[in-house]
Design a protein around this ligand. Structure first.
Ligand SMILES: Nc1nc2c(ncn2[C@@H]2O[C@H](COP(=O)(O)OP(=O)(O)OP(=O)(O)O)[C@@H](O)[C@H]2O)c(=O)[nH]1
Ligand SMILES: [Mg+2]
Length: 464
């Protein structure tokens, strides 16, 4: 899809020369542990040789065929497997690739890996090495590498959807198109600087260049508008459960986790460390934190827990301030939104519930019992709605990482400076455009300076 300045011809020449130097890598690509099928992947200049020596032949390209995997030295059969052959460069890594789908037993996988890595020029792949080769060989850009990492890490459906957009290159393609347009503008400006004596270079280009700069600025700013949403969806929303000791925080936390994660006891000051669970609320990722009860304490360990509770609550996207019936202690002032929740609703008889409801109506948002489940469903519904609002609905965000955001923000700043310059100083204008294009190149993980010259030669036919 994207080439990092290396063309396929030069790549395969390189591979021919270096087939002894570039190791052929092998790895178990399916999960570890007992499984029905194990997928063993091979990539590199000797992938074909790997098939020839272990299954005795090379299947037709991209067609699964049944094969007996044998130990190359003893010829002892190891397993029956499905074998696939993917000749490069139209492969994921850009190299020759092969796959063996063996049975998933530990001994089968071990024997197959040992057989392959015993061959000359073969070794086990390092973590992420297939993807790294794909990137280095120009098969994918950096945003796609990131999308792949996010897709594998996606825990909820909304995260999966966002990562998938990135995997198919939505951001990368946009950034590549922006970069291309900038490069063309740069070529126009540079032609004006260098070749202004020649008759066939248009005289006034600054208007055209500035229009393009304005357009790009608007498009990139629009993409940046969804950045907060995109980053949050990658990382998940953080909700901190906080409040005085013994309020029932850990009980509520366990109820949300549907597991017995935190220790619950009638002794105030039970929770010290901050505990975390990851929830999937209607497809939205939410991390809930259980924290130490906030009070004055002489115990240094508890004090440390309280400090942590305060700082995590301050950084959370939402704080659930839990208090027992009758306890009207207010939360500390925080920037994050706070929902006040009255716990242990089962201990309050219905008459008292009415009056206590009236008394603190303005402040208490929910009354629930984590023990009996009373009011819990209503509360979880509200939490899901809050998450839904925070993540926004509809189109996936284009910008999902801090790295993207910082680079794109800098591009917008640079373009702003370029607009201000206008046609007053072409040298400086060229410099700004080059800086913006370089940052977009950084976003994609490639920076090829040769591009500018290519475009000049293509569009202006110099020397004609
Ligand atoms: N009846 C009733 N008791 C509850 C409820 N929730 C918690 N409790 C009890 O209240 C006590 C304290 O509960 P925890 O969940 O440990 O409270 P906490 O706020 O985490 O306390 P610290 O970690 O010490 O700050 C325990 O004895 C719980 O069984 C509830 O909804 N109803
Ligand atoms: Mg607790």
């Amino acid at each position: 899809m994207y080439k990092n300045g290396i063309t396929f011809t030069s790549l395969s020449n390189k591979m021919n020369q270096k087939s002894d130097i570039i190791p052929t890598i092998v790895a178990l690509s399916s999960g570890k542990g007992l499984a029905a099928i194990a997928v063993i992947r091979i990539s590199g200049p000797r992938a074909r040789f790997g098939l020839e020596t272990t299954i005795g032949r090379v299947p037709s390209p991209r067609r699964a065929s049944l094969a007996t995997v044998r130990d190359p030295t003893t010829k002892e059969p190891i397993d029956q497997a499905l074998a696939l052959w993917f000749p490069g460069p139209e492969t994921e890594t850009g190299e020759d690739m092969a796959e063996l789908h063996t049975h998933g037993g530990r001994a089968v996988v071990e024997a197959t890996l040992t057989a392959l890595t015993g061959l000359e020029g073969f070794r086990l792949a390092e973590a992420g090495e297939f993807t790294r080769r794909a990137f280095e060989n120009g098969q994918i850009d950096l945003t796609v590498v990131e999308g792949l990492a996010d897709l594998i890490g996606a825990e909820t459906q909304s995260q999966r959807r966002q990562a998938f957009q990135q995997l198919v290159g939505t951001l990368g393609k946009r950034a590549d198109a922006w970069r291309q347009r900038l490069t063309e503008a740069l070529a126009l400006v540079e032609a004006n600087i260098d070749f202004s004596d020649e008759g066939d270079v248009p005289a006034d280009l600054s208007g055209q260049v500035l229009r393009l700069v304005t357009e790009l600025k608007e498009e990139i700013s629009k993409a940046l508008a969804g950045a907060a949403r995109g980053e949050r969806l990658r990382e998940g929303l953080t909700v901190a459960v906080a409040g005085p000791p013994n309020a029932g925080k850990s009980t509520l936390f366990n109820a949300l986790a549907r597991r017995d994660v935190a220790i619950v006891s009638p002794i105030p000051g039970t929770t010290r460390d901050v505990l975390e669970v990851h929830l999937d609320l209607n497809g939205y990722p939410v991390t809930v934190l259980d924290t130490a009860g906030i009070r004055e304490s002489g115990d240094p360990v508890e004090r440390e827990g309280i400090d942590r509770a305060r700082s995590r609550a301050a950084a959370a996207d939402l704080v659930l301030w839990i208090t027992e019936p009758g306890d009207l202690r207010a939360p500390p002032p925080l920037e994050s939104p706070i929902w006040r929740i009255q716990s242990k609703a089962d201990l309050v008889d219905s008459d008292a519930k009415l009056s206590s409801g009236r008394e603190s109506e303005a402040q208490t948002r929910f009354s629930l019992s984590a023990k009996t489940g009373e009011g819990l469903e209503h509360f979880v519904g509200a939490l899901s709605a809050f998450a839904g609002q925070a993540f926004g609905s509809g189109e996936s965000a284009l910008v999902t990482r801090l790295r993207h955001r910082l680079l794109l923000e800098r591009v917008v700043e640079t373009l702003n400076r370029a607009s201000k310059l206008g046609g007053s100083d072409l040298e400086l204008l060229a410099e700004e455009l080059r800086a913006a294009a370089t940052d977009l190149g950084r976003l994609l993980g490639k920076i090829d300076v040769e591009d500018v010259l290519d475009v000049i030669f293509r569009d202006f036919c110099i020397g004609k």
